[in-house]
Ligand binder design. Structure first.
Ligand code: SF4
Length: 374
């Protein structure tokens, strides 16, 4: 089973980000205590108490001090059996990572870091409004390796407006030099409720050029493959099968419990969404209430979610699972659709599985939505 813990604080708002966070950290300790209480209140949500992965996401979990992190880990261990081989990931920003802090994180049980580097190029970091600078971007990985954490993923953002692809190539080279086992590469998207969204509306910024973005994605895929990084999910690349176990569990529709403001949970039959407001979350938990809304998943919802996430992975979607989830509606509704996609060269249907081709990966979400059932 899998546990997600959302830490809803950041030092400053990145211009592209629409995740839930607050830059006011005055009630950080109280929120941490509330999250611990939510873990206790919801320990029976999953069918089992055995945890294979724990993921501290955000927000910026590296803003937690060692005491807070140890307190949350102790709480988890009190209510669950954490497998000795569990993957325990912490999302971190480069500006938070001193050698001392990294040693403490490692001692607290963190054995995987997902570091939000995004770019090594100073003007791009400023454009995105990241807190860290290009020196910290490169140095934090070396510090983490010195602290004994070897399972490291870094995030990169591509399609940042630029005259050509040379900065992306430079970013890729710097990433390769750091010898990390995992790279997540995300296309810059402009969400309405962000600084970029507001600039776009006021015409102070142009939309992301789709052709430029597609070309950058192709450069990334080719460059990463050359260095031995396998694209096991559209945006995720790993060497030596060092896949993110936690994120893979989402893509394979495994149940998970999510705690903290804005966290989601999933138990196959429903999804549950915690409120995205720190103060309201705190008040509810202090009254022993879970501030969440529940969405019951229909057969169509379950089938379509599996399609949307499964098709993005190298494992694809099993036709037998699609049949069970949809009560055989998937095949009935998609006989022509699958044939059409395979003829276009976007989809492969083999050994009872459907998979995207390299060309299909450029339209993953569109292909999935065309196969959705009613
Ligand atoms: S991208 Fe990460 S660090 Fe930046 S505001 Fe969003 S959650 Fe915070």
């Amino acid at each position: 089973m899998h546990l997600y813990i959302h830490i809803p604080f950041c030092r400053q708002a990145c211009h592209y980000c629409d995740f839930h966070f607050s830059t006011n950290t005055n009630n950080k300790r109280a929120i941490v205590e509330a999250i611990a209480k939510e873990i206790a209140l919801r320990k029976n949500y999953l069918d089992s108490f055995d945890l294979e992965t724990i993921y501290f996401g955000g927000g910026t979990p590296s803003l937690l001090d060692t005491f807070e992190l140890e307190f949350l880990m102790d709480t988890v261990r009190t209510h669950f059996n954490v497998s000795p081989a569990a993957e325990i990931t912490l999302e971190a920003n480069p500006d938070d990572l001193s050698l001392e802090k990294l040693v403490q994180l490692h001692q607290a049980g963190i054995n995987r870091l997902s570091i939000g580097i995004q770019s090594f190029y100073e003007p791009h970091l400023k454009f995105l409004n990241r807190v860290h600078d290009s020196y910290e971007a490169g140095n934090c990985v070396k510090l983490a390796q010195d602290a004994g954490i070897t399972n490291i993923s870094i995030d990169l953002i591509y399609a940042i407006p630029a005259p050509d692809h040379s900065i992306l190539r430079l970013d890729m080279q710097k990433a390769f030099d750091l010898n990390v086992s995992h790279i997540s590469a995300y296309c810059l998207t402009i969400e309405p409720q962000t600084a970029f969204g507001s600039w776009l509306k006021k015409k102070k910024m142009k939309p992301i050029d789709e052709d430029f973005a597609a070309r950058q994605f192709e450069i990334l895929i080719a460059g990463l493959a050359e260095k031995g990084y396998e694209q096991y999910e559209i945006s995720n690349f790993a060497r030596d099968t060092q896949y993110s176990k936690h994120n893979s569990s989402y893509w394979k529709q495994r149940p998970y419990l999510g705690v903290g403001p804005s966290a989601h949970s999933y138990n196959r039959l429903s999804r549950e969404y915690n409120i995205s407001n720190n103060a309201q979350y705190l008040t509810a938990i202090q009254q022993n209430k879970i501030p969440s809304t529940v969405e019951i998943l229909s057969q169509a919802d379950q089938t379509n979610e599996y399609l949307l996430t499964g098709l993005r992975t190298k494992w694809g979607c099993e036709l037998s699972t699609l049949g069970i989830l949809s009560d055989n509606q998937f095949e009935k509704q998609n006989r022509d659709g699958i044939l059409e996609m395979t003829q276009k060269g976007w989809l492969i249907a083999e050994n009872g599985t459907i998979l995207l081709t390299q060309a299909g990966k450029l339209f993953a979400d569109r292909i999935a939505s065309e196969l959705f059932i009613d």
